[in-house]
Design a binder for this molecule. Structure first.
Ligand code: ZN
Length: 108
């Protein structure tokens, strides 16, 4: 088990970023718009598939505002958005793969 897990999770002061520091020391700055676009729940992934890769969904400000972050056991975070969307469970490996800083460091 070398999967890093978050040790610190907080929102930026302007509310536009989710900041996660991992056990291996990497800190990731996730734009909330990115997290919402990459929502792994069945509703969002089905919609993304049906509309094709060039579909750009329009989100309201509420849809890109996190109202609550819940930890799901030891493997995932659940993000609850201000527009009520709450079915996105982001497991740590997935979150890590979305990290803008991680994708620069490694060529996956
Ligand atoms: Zn979703």
């Amino acid at each position: 088990m070398s999967q890093p897990v978050p040790v610190r999770i907080r929102r930026s002061e302007d509310g536009k970023l989710l900041l996660i520091t991992w056990t291996d020391g990497l800190s990731c700055h996730y734009p909330l718009s990115l997290l919402r676009k990459k929502c792994p729940c069945a509703v969002c992934t089905t919609e993304a598939k049906s509309k094709g890769p060039f579909y750009i969904p329009l989100y309201t400000a509420d849809a890109m505002t996190i109202s609550e972050i819940k930890q799901q056991g030891h493997y995932a975070l659940q993000l609850i958005w201000a527009d009520g969307h709450h079915t996105g469970i982001y497991d740590f490996a997935y979150l890590r793969s979305l990290c803008p800083e991680a994708s620069e460091a490694s060529d996956v």
